[in-house]
Each structure stands twice: as structure tokens, then as C-alpha cells.
Design a protein around this ligand. Sequence first.
Ligand code: FAD
Length: 391
Amino acid sequence: MNKSDVIILGAGAAGMFCAIEAARRGRRVTLIDHARRAGEKIRISGGGRCNFTNRTVAPERFLSENPRFALSALSRFTPAHFIERLDQAGITWHEKTLGQLFCDGSASQIVALLTRQMADAGVNVQLGTSVQSVTKGECYLVETDRGPFHAERLVVATGGKSIPKMGATGLGYQIAQDFGLTLTPTRPALVPLTFAEDLLAETRTLAGVAVKARVSHGTTGFVEGLLFTHRGLSGPSILQISSYWREGDEITVDLATGRDILADLKTLRTTEGRLSLQRALGRFLPDKLAALLLSRTGATGRLADQPNARLEALARQISTWRIRPIGSEGYRTAEVTLGGVDTDTLDARTFEARTQPGLHFIGEVVDVTGWLGGYNFQWAWSSGWAAGQAL
Ligand SMILES: Cc1cc2nc3c(=O)[nH]c(=O)nc-3n(C[C@H](O)[C@H](O)[C@H](O)COP(=O)(O)OP(=O)(O)OC[C@H]3O[C@@H](n4cnc5c(N)ncnc54)[C@H](O)[C@@H]3O)c2cc1C
């Protein structure tokens, strides 16, 4: 009989981290994953360099029905703790923007480090193993295509539904429901937004154009890159706002990003009034985008001939472009899944289900979702570490 102290389902960031911690504390740990390689999302993350954490981890950068739930784990295992592990292993890194930390070399270095640490700690890693059922009798029983596995404790670290092609499934949510835990609604997040056919017809020629923009939804806004695509909008500012946007809502795009575009146009009208509107806007925006914005306001001709009201309308179009996306690209391309196992059903220190002793949920399967920028991996490390101390 294959018996251990702990079975962990999911050899992603959270599952591997938890396995290392528990095994270092003397627990016999079996880690099961249906994928043939561990840590596939780490490997492809951050453009192959893994944005493994962020210097400014704070609860308001996480979405959850209870944002304070994440505080305990995030403050016990911090970005500094993870950085220390990389430093000890000689994995060099750099800060890009907005506190985002990336490997200098490759994301595979982190996977190799975790794999080595699991081996050193004696974790029994079962890859390429399909889970058939999970039940609880005297202990937890996981039936797989490679036979049964038993343990006193079961940790579910199967992640969200994002990118099914990479092995994402809804198994974690199913297990939670089977054991009577509640879920908060799940939806794709950190995902490109799509346009209806009429808006797409207008913007299609812009596919590939990238600019800096402030994109907002209600009182939440992000100033980062924005990219026009063949389907709608992408880029970091859009991925960020997608976590807040809901079907039917508008987003506001400010292409002036802090610049007083009206004042600038008025100054140009005085100093270079012979400039065409197209060339004047071309000073601030890519030509194709300038042309689209002009056509939306119907403005043409030389700058000198534009009355204030026309410039005001143009400035409004540039700094307050209201767009109503029709949807998102969905789980096919979403970086994460919003929602998940209801935090009310879990202990914030141990991640154990309040009503189901010995059953823990960590990482993305839990209703805690970070902003873009390394927050989601930090959540995986912190929750994995915290559960690992409690097993
Ligand atoms: C393209 C992309 C880029 C990203 N870049 C970043 C980044 O740079 N920084 C950042 O912070 N976050 C990034 N993320 C998000 C980050 O990858 C996730 O938040 C993180 O991997 C979640 O860790 P996890 O361990 O909870 O789940 P996962 O890493 O998704 O691991 C879950 C594991 O469970 C296994 N599993 C699932 N279902 C089953 C089943 N039925 N049976 C057995 N095993 C199963 C999977 O094979 C997988 O190995 C990115 C995501 C994507 C998709």
C-alpha cells in the first residue's frame, strides 16, 4: 500500500513549495500531478524569465471576497524570504518596473531548484499520474491510474482553470465541492479583452500598435502598456483591468497619461498652427491611432483653423475614450482564475478546511488572485509555505 503522511495534488508553484516545507519537517510527502513535468507554468511565465515576486506585496493588490485572508501567509513568508532562497542557490535576478522581479537567466532555474530541493527532502514525486477519485475513510484515499495513495492529510494545489492546454482542470474545485466547501464564482482574469464586430472593424488596422495608457474601471486604474490586437485590446494595463471588468461594463482609456493634451494642442496651435491635425497628434501618439481618433471626432484640417470646442472634443476623445468590450479571450489565454475555494471555509494560517480536518487548499485554487507583476507566484510560495508548516 502506498501510504504517506501527506498527499499533495498539483506539482505547480504552490504544491512544490509546500512539499519541500513539509518534507523538511520530516513528513512523508507524495506529490501527484497528471503532467509529465513539474512547474510548467513557472517555466513559461514572465516570457521565460518568471516574474517570481514583487517588492511591494500588499493586500490591496490581491482580489478576493476577503482580501485580508491573504495577509497572514503573505506576512509570514515574504518576497524577501523567497529572494533569499534564490540568492542562496546562486540564481541571479533583476527588477524590471513597478517592483517586478525576474530571473536574469531562465525560469527553468527556479523549476530546477524546487525539483532539487524536493529530491533532497525526500518527496515522492509521481508525475504523469491521473487522479480518478478522492475519498475519505479512515484517511484520504486518492485513486489514480497508477494505483491508490493513502495519507492522513491531503493538500489540493491544482491551480485554476487557466490554459487547459497546459493541464489546467477544475479538479480542485470539484474536490472542494465534494467535501462540502463553498466556492466563489470563477472567471478568467489577467486576460485580453475582445470587441464586438463594429468596434473591431474600426480598430482592426491598429493591431500591433502599442502605447502607454491609463486604463480604468470605476475607481480602479492602471498606467501601463496597452496593445491593440486582432480581437480587441491586450497589454499589461488591459490584463490588470480585466480582473475588475464585468460583462456589459465600460472601461476608460486615457491615452494622454497625465499629459494635459488640450493645453499641448493649444500651445501647438499658437506656435505651429500650419500643422495638420494628423501631424499634430502624431507628436503624441502613433500615426494610425491618431488617424482613428481624428475620424472618431470628425476633425480635419490645420491646427490653426480649429476652434477651442473642437480641440476640447479631441482632447476628451484622447484622454477619456470609453470602450465597452464584449468579452474576454477566456481561459484559453487568461493568466489566472479569479474566485475559487471560499476563504471563509479555510483557516488563514494553515489553509485547512474548517469543516474537513486534514484537507488543505493552497495557491490559485483558493479565492485569492493577485495583480499582474509577480503577485500570483508570491501567493503560491506564501500559501505553500504556510500550509507546509502545518502538516
Ligand atoms: C502564461 C502565464 C504566465 C504567467 N506569468 C506569471 C508571472 O510572471 N508571475 C506571476 O506571479 N504569475 C504568473 N502567472 C500565474 C501563475 O503561473 C499562477 O498563479 C501559479 O502558477 C499558480 O500556482 P499553483 O501552484 O496554484 O497552480 P499551477 O502552477 O497552475 O499548478 C497546478 C498543477 O496542478 C496540476 N493539475 C491540475 N489539474 C490536475 C488533475 N486533474 N490531476 C493532477 N494534476 C492536476 C497541473 O498540471 C499543475 O502542475 C502566469 C500564468 C500564465 C498562464
